[in-house]
Write a protein that binds this ligand. Sequence first.
Ligand SMILES: Nc1ncnc2c1ncn2[C@@H]1O[C@H](COP(=O)(O)OP(=O)(O)OP(=O)(O)O)[C@@H](O)[C@H]1O
Ligand SMILES: O=P(O)(O)OC[C@H]1O[C@H](OP(=O)(O)OP(=O)(O)O)[C@H](O)[C@@H]1O
Ligand SMILES: [Mg+2]
Length: 284
Amino acid sequence: MTENLRIGVPSKGRLAEISTALLLEAGLRFRRQDRSLFARVKEMPIDITFLRTDDIPILCAEGAIDLGITGADLVAESGAELNERLSLGVGNCRLAVCVPAEGGIDSPKKLAGKRIASSFPNVTQKYLATHGVTAHTVKLTGSVEVMIALGIADAIVDLVETGSTLAANRLRILDEIGSYETVLIQNPQTNHQALCDRVVRRLEGVVIARAYSLLEYNVPATKLADVEQITPGYNSPTVNQLEDKNWYSVRAMVKRSEVIGIMEQLESLGATAILETSIANCRL
Ligand SMILES: Nc1ncnc2c1ncn2[C@@H]1O[C@H](COP(=O)(O)OP(=O)(O)OP(=O)(O)O)[C@@H](O)[C@H]1O
Ligand SMILES: O=P(O)(O)OC[C@H]1O[C@H](OP(=O)(O)OP(=O)(O)O)[C@H](O)[C@@H]1O
Ligand SMILES: [Mg+2]
């Protein structure tokens, strides 16, 4: 009997619920019982394994799982050879070098000889090397922002989203190392390539659907060319003439983050009956 495809999903933390919800929306039906570390997908030869988010890159590279959901920051830190198949549009964060708000470290060069606390020692050392700086890194697994106050470190490298943790600890960003989000990774040597592709397509449908809305509106014929510039659609907008030949109905996909601004622009060009509809799933 051939083995099932294995997908590694975070067992706890901020990515656990996000990942499970995505897979369910993509039609992979499974139920995690209590704290169980394993679930079988209904009607598909797929097993879900619940793992620590930071172990997922290395377990995927080693072949323990074929696909995994984790942070791109953790993939970078692991240095593992993996295929990044899909960005999942969630878990957006930056990795930044942070220093005391009031202090003398005002350039990367001034990190020379300092102590830097981080959960990302490998990414930190790579960053230091690009600046030709040598510094000592202290590897920690959490609460990194407090280490300067504790006298353990002069600077830290940690994840920043809103910056509120930094502000609460009176730290500021000296430099940004990179931006990351939650990703679907694949073992390059998987024996389940076709099924991996199918899972990727399914997840892609959900990720695109979440990122876009459908906008429909009516517009005078004289303004059609103008509004088509504003809503070019994913490929192109759908345009139908109304019974009143001087008017057209337009339908186009629009980035959800831009919808309100676009509705305002359309309205000012004379569009009417502008409707936003959310998309549950799609194949493009
Ligand atoms: N503040 C944040 N905003 C957005 N994404 C984040 C944030 N913090 C972490 N992430 C993303 O989530 C991933 C998992 O974070 P982390 O390992 O800290 O889990 P957690 O949910 O915070 O649980 P834990 O309690 O173990 O820290 C990170 O690697 C990163 O990709
Ligand atoms: O810029 P902010 O919006 O404040 O977010 C950044 C914080 O979020 C994460 O911590 P998390 O909440 O995961 O706590 P942890 O330290 O227990 O991992 C990260 O490690 C930062 O500390
Ligand atoms: Mg955390």
